[in-house]
Design a protein around this ligand. Structure first.
Ligand code: FAD
Length: 322
């Protein structure tokens, strides 16, 4: 067994950053292991051009499978077939909800070792070692793969995209999907809320974190941002939970911003968030925990329940504007 197989998700004729990062990481690791990185794409009528693009991120071969894209079970079938054909030692995913589901399904199917939420991977004695943060990201655990297929599921966008200028051969792989894999159907796809706003250009950002409690918590933030003439931003915790669009994520694996005002509501102030917003001219934080780390780098801290404070702030801003 040798080689790394990476699943690449595409939508409307393009691969997302998460998938390109995973292919780049697979290629980097394959080179260190002295083996090859192969990618797999699934979809209806995927063009040579689209599949071949993965060569530029280090894949030497791309398996193209005719089947439904964007659903986990058909991808599990396709990856099982690719591994049976190619004898890959590792399967790598870029994370996100679909990556987690496919990776877990594949691990169960192959009785393979699996590690998820991986933030980096290294080579040790000819084998891959995955690192994942544990205990609320305060410690790192190293996971070694010893035998059989090793499944590695990254955190969303944890792996850097790197163009190599290489090319890939595209190989059609026939797959017989299991009956249960074709039971789910894609009915509709759409953008998440907030995806159309360019937060890097906004003078005022109203950012929300897990303290909002639920997706609908963003309604009040959008109202406040509207009153202030600004835009809404988010932490990774809420983006991963599907409450807000990734395009609004601030931090290490999101965007770096420096607005005139950054109002953080229900955000703890983790270092990975701080690096994306610390250059803001004025930072105002609302948090019910007076010991929250965000207060250490805020210009103004408000200790209290955001559900009470945010609507009052909105009212006050609207009243001032008349
Ligand atoms: P929490 O840490 O859960 O904080 C929620 C806060 O809300 C708490 O402080 C709580 O006191 C407060 N709260 C709860 N209820 C209320 C209420 N009613 N009123 C007021 N306050 C309330 N994070 C990012 O944001 N961006 C990144 O790009 C990013 N990249 C990462 C990359 C790596 C490699 C790793 C390991 C982590 C990354 N993270 C990133 C995750 C980061 O470590 C934190 O987990 C995340 O920022 C926490 O998000 P949060 O503040 O929304 O949630």
């Amino acid at each position: 067994m040798s080689g790394i197989l990476v699943y690449a998700l595409h939508y409307e004729g393009a691969f997302n950053k998460n998938s390109l990062g995973a292919v780049s990481e697979g290629a980097r690791l394959a080179q260190q292991l002295g083996t090859e990185c192969h990618a797999i794409v699934i979809g209806e009528g995927v063009s040579d051009d689209l599949a071949g693009q993965l060569g530029n991120y280090g894949a030497s071969k791309v398996y193209r499978v005719e089947g439904p894209e964007g659903l986990a079970q058909p991808v599990v079938d396709a990856m099982e077939a690719a591994i049976a054909a190619g004898g890959h030692e590792y399967a790598l995913f870029g994370g996100g909800l679909l990556g987690f589901e496919i990776g877990a399904g594949l691990a169960a199917r192959l009785d393979a070792g699996v590690c998820m939420e991986v933030t980096s991977v290294r080579v040790e004695e000819g084998k891959l070692v995955a690192e994942r943060p544990i205990l609320q990201d305060s410690q790192i655990s190293s996971v070694h793969y010893r035998s059989g297929v090793g499944v590695i599921i990254g955190r969303l966008n944890a792996f850097e995209v790197a163009e190599t200028g290489g090319t890939a051969t595209v190989e059609d792989l026939p797959v017989e999907f299991k009956a249960h894999s074709l039971k789910a159907k894609m009915v509709q796809r759409g953008e998440q809320r907030g995806a159309d706003v360019n937060i890097e250009d906004a003078d005022v950002l109203v950012a929300g974190g897990r303290g909002l409690g639920k997706k609908e918590g963003f309604d009040a933030l959008e109202e406040l941002a509207g009153a202030l003439g600004g835009a809404v931003a988010a932490t990774r915790a809420v983006v991963d939970a599907g409450w807000y669009s990734y395009s609004a994520q601030i931090g290490q694996t999101g965007k770096t911003v420096s607005p005139k005002l950054y109002l953080a509501a229900g955000i703890s102030g983790a270092i990975q968030h701080k690096v994306g917003m610390q250059a803001s001219e004025n930072i105002v934080a609302i948090n019910k925990d007076s010991n929250a780390p965000i207060f250490e780098f805020s210009d103004l801290g408000i200790v209290g329940d955001l559900n009470k404070i945010v609507p009052k702030l909105t009212e006050a801003v609207k009243a001032k504007k008349g």
